[in-house]
Design a protein around this ligand. Structure first.
Ligand SMILES: [Ca+2]
Ligand SMILES: [Ca+2]
Length: 648
């Protein structure tokens, strides 16, 4: 009897103790990430905006920490978002540039995204806004850790509408190839964004959804991701903010975004969630400056979106979490969006992803810990190119060509101006603390620093590769890819020996040389791993059929996709030989390949019926070399994409 009573008492004590432990454990904070698109470093009041005020964003910063040296991983949408959500440089997870409605890739299901990590810890997860990590069903947010989604699958300018807001006719250039811009809820398209009036509703729509989400999940921890479509062009504003700033549409749009931030902060407050909610405000990349008055400003930083001078990746960032972050902090340390995932892991005690990540926890910077330097260096990649590296206050810029906004007249009222051409021909060294605008190259004065940073560059290349130096990184992983039925053909040259004269890019290397004789046809998607891509160089291949063979016909395929800088060859020669030395030209094609033609198609060049015997087949295709003057990539290297050489 006594024993039994003791047992009951012990159980009561233990249960009581466990409950006490439970209530002592701090409640997991709610997490909100507000992610603006193409917001310039100087587009927020507390970062120097001049024409209008952003009181709510400023309040967020004033009540928390403001980061002055915070980097998006790349100055372009999809790459930047892949980094934010995976804690990795975008090279590592295989997402570059900006995906669009023609992309067959998306975020790989093997990657662990912030919402997946937090879901394991019991968080409710919602995204309201622009996703941009793949638009096919398998890539949508609900397949990658989010419970709720409403928004656009990619950028708001990927639509068949002109800069003037008028829907395109079929012949109006490559943009007319776009399908209608879908608005997606969950896994379903619920509407299309067809006009500027539709665009004008987006900021308020996302905000209302976000507010509802907070209210619905106020009693459980939640992760709210609010990636706005604005201020990416075409910018538009709801009626309640139209003309409100008196300083033009861009300022009106900023006022609405600031209102949105206020709505989030107020909703948290009204529900008693303010103190234990971490709100992060940042941007995916800097301003798209050639849109002039419809773009933001990166002052005092150099350049903007689409290159890796500071104005491209360095973004205005603030974080507020009254329970942990002291008010009024300003942090000048290096930090990056790739650090957010590991920071949230530390905060929530969640295990880090199994696959390697690049971020580090910056919680010590957020809490104002003295002398904390979680990140001392940063790699500036752009589309597979290692552009620069930073260590503490030194930035070493490697030779490269870039899209520049200098010495060109920007566009206005929604229309873009042309891009300038920038070139760095030798390594340049800048001291970012003394020279935030990157005006004075100190490379010749500090050779030791150049040497030290070069070594950091080398280790970046080994791990993550460098397209400029044609180095494939050891640590890169593949993006997710939509499976599709490959088209197969039978012909005489399948798996025969092939010699290719010039190097193709390692990024578009298919399955190597055999790609051209494997009996599988490349699709319209140049990333389908069935094409060989030649950047700026000609293509020449010789196939050895082993024996003298009767040949009836030879054909080869090239991809045309000028929007992706892929042009048809200007000349194609098809020759045959019996001895591999003396070639007989069978057919020659001359093409005006540099002519504007946005058709996206596979173009076949084939001989007539020849009925000759030969052992060797040679194809030579001339690359136009550089993108023509009228093209967005004018002066940049043009690509040739070649696949199957069919011999019958
Ligand atoms: Ca962007
Ligand atoms: Ca093939």
């Amino acid at each position: 009897m006594l024993n039994r009573n003791i047992k009951i008492i012990l159980i009561v004590i233990i249960v009581g103790f466990l409950n006490a432990c439970k209530s002592d454990k701090p409640e997991l904070p709610n997490i909100v990430i507000i992610f603006i698109d193409d917001l310039g470093y100087a587009d927020v009041g507390c970062f120097g905006a001049r024409d209008y005020e952003t009181p709510n964003i400023d309040r967020l910063a004033k009540e928390g920490v403001r980061f002055t040296n915070f980097y998006a991983s790349q100055a372009v949408c999809s790459a930047s978002r892949a980094s934010l959500l995976t804690g990795c440089y975008s090279e590592r997870v295989g997402i570059q540039g900006a995906l669009n409605s023609f992309s067959n890739i998306g975020i790989n299901p093997d990657e662990t995204l912030i919402p997946e990590m937090l879901k394991e810890e019991g968080y409710a997860t919602g995204i309201f806004g622009k996703w941009h990590l793949g638009h096919h069903q398998q890539f949508l947010p609900l397949k990658h850790g989010f419970d709720e989604y409403l928004g656009l699958p990619y950028s708001n300018d990927m639509w068949p509408v002109g800069f003037d807001g008028v829907p395109f006719k079929e012949t109006d250039g490559w943009k007319s190839n776009y399908p209608p811009l879908p608005l997606i809820e969950g896994m379903q398209i619920i509407d299309t964004i067809a006009t500027l009036d539709d665009q004008a509703k987006l900021t308020t729509l996302y905000t209302e959804k976000a507010v509802q989400f907070i209210e619905k999940h106020k009693s459980s921890p939640f992760f709210l991701y609010l990636p706005h479509s604005m201020v990416h062009v075409p910018i538009a504003v709801s009626d309640k903010f139209k003309g409100k700033s008196g300083k033009g549409l861009f300022a009106d749009v900023m006022m609405e975004l600031d209102w949105s931030v206020g709505e989030i902060l107020n909703t948290l407050e009204q529900n008693g969630l303010s103190d234990n909610t971490l709100v992060i405000f940042t941007s995916d990349n800097g301003p798209w400056l050639n849109f002039g008055n419809y773009a933001g400003l990166a002052y005092p930083l150099r350049e903007g979106k689409g290159n890796m001078w500071e104005g491209g990746p360095r973004v205005s960032t603030a974080m507020r979490w009254p329970e942990k972050i002291p008010a009024g902090l300003v942090c000048d340390n290096i930090a990056s969006s790739i650090d957010i995932l590991p920071t949230l892991a530390e905060i929530t005690d969640a295990p880090l992803p199994e696959l390697k990540i690049d971020g580090v926890s910056i919680l010590p910077l957020m809490t104002g810990e003295d002398d904390a330097v979680p990140r001392s260096q940063f790699y500036y990649y752009y589309g597979g190119d290692l552009i620069a590296v930073r260590k503490n206050n030194w930035k070493l810029v490697f030779p490269h060509k870039y899209r520049s906004y200098k010495n060109v007249e920007p566009g206005k009222d929604g229309f873009p101006g042309p891009y300038g051409k920038g070139i760095v021909s030798e390594m340049e060294l800048y001291h970012l603390k003394n020279d935030i605008g990157e005006t004075t190259n100190l490379a010749s004065q500090y050779p030791k620093i150049v040497e030290g940073l070069s070594i950091i560059g080398d280790s970046a290349r080994t791990d993550l590769g460098d397209r400029i130096k044609n180095i494939k990184g050891m640590g890169v992983r593949k993006p997710g890819r939509r499976e599709y039925e490959k088209t197969r053909v039978k012909h005489l040259a399948i798996n025969e020996a092939i010699t290719i004269k010039n190097n193709y890019s390692f990024q578009y290397a298919g399955s190597g040389d055999v790609t051209l004789v494997n009996g599988i046809l490349g699709s319209l998607d140049y990333k389908d791993e069935e094409w060989l891509g030649f950047e700026g160089t000609d293509f020449e291949a010789i196939i050895d059929l082993e024996n003298e063979t009767t040949i009836k016909m030879i054909k080869c395929s090239f991809l045309k996709n000028q929007n992706s800088w892929i042009f048809c060859p200007s000349k194609i020669d098809i020759s045959i030989s019996s001895d591999g030395k003396n070639y007989q030209l069978i057919k020659s094609f001359n093409e005006d390949a540099g002519m504007k033609d946005y058709a996206h198609e596979v173009v076949e060049y084939k001989t007539d019926i020849i009925n000759s015997t030969a052992r060797f087949v040679k194809i030579h295709a001339k690359n136009i070399g550089t993108c023509p003057e009228w093209h967005a990539g004018a002066g940049g290297k043009s690509w040739l994409f070649v696949d199957e050489i069919i011999v019958e």
